[in-house]
Design a protein around this ligand. Structure first.
Ligand SMILES: [Zn+2]
Ligand SMILES: [Zn+2]
Length: 120
């Protein structure tokens, strides 16, 4: 089991997203891999779709994936909670990581479609 890097949910496999950490650029020139669950990937991708229209990026928060502070956008999470069912929470992700999420999302959806075709 692994934990989703955004909501902390424990799932068998996470979807890998490559985050470039500005502070670790020299140690990790190709970025570090973060893992997201499908729910978080979906909502982060939705945020990515609105980024170009949404000029109100927030500079007070850090990106939940790479720690960057140069303009982050809110991603709505739904965190499973034992007593309350689901808890809604906002995290902030920077534009670069949202782009990485979008790439991961496209690859993931493509894989799902290919798997579906393989069964027929
Ligand atoms: Zn998650
Ligand atoms: Zn980031």
């Amino acid at each position: 089991m692994t934990d989703c890097d955004l909501c902390g949910r424990a799932i068998p496999t996470v979807i890998p997203v490559r985050a470039i950490r500005p502070l670790l650029k020299f140690a990790y020139p190709n970025g570090v891999w973060k893992g997201l669950c499908e729910t978080c990937l979906d909502s982060a991708q939705k945020t990515h779709l609105t980024v170009d229209k949404n000029q109100n990026s927030c500079r007070k928060n850090r990106c939940a994936l790479c720690g960057d502070k140069t303009g982050v956008f809110p991603v709505k999470l739904q965190i499973p909670d034992f007593s309350k069912g689901v808890v809604k929470k906002d995290v902030y992700v920077c534009k670069k990581c949202l782009k990485a999420v979008d790439e991961a999302y496209i690859g993931y959806k493509r894989e799902q479609i290919e798997q579906k075709h393989a069964h027929h």
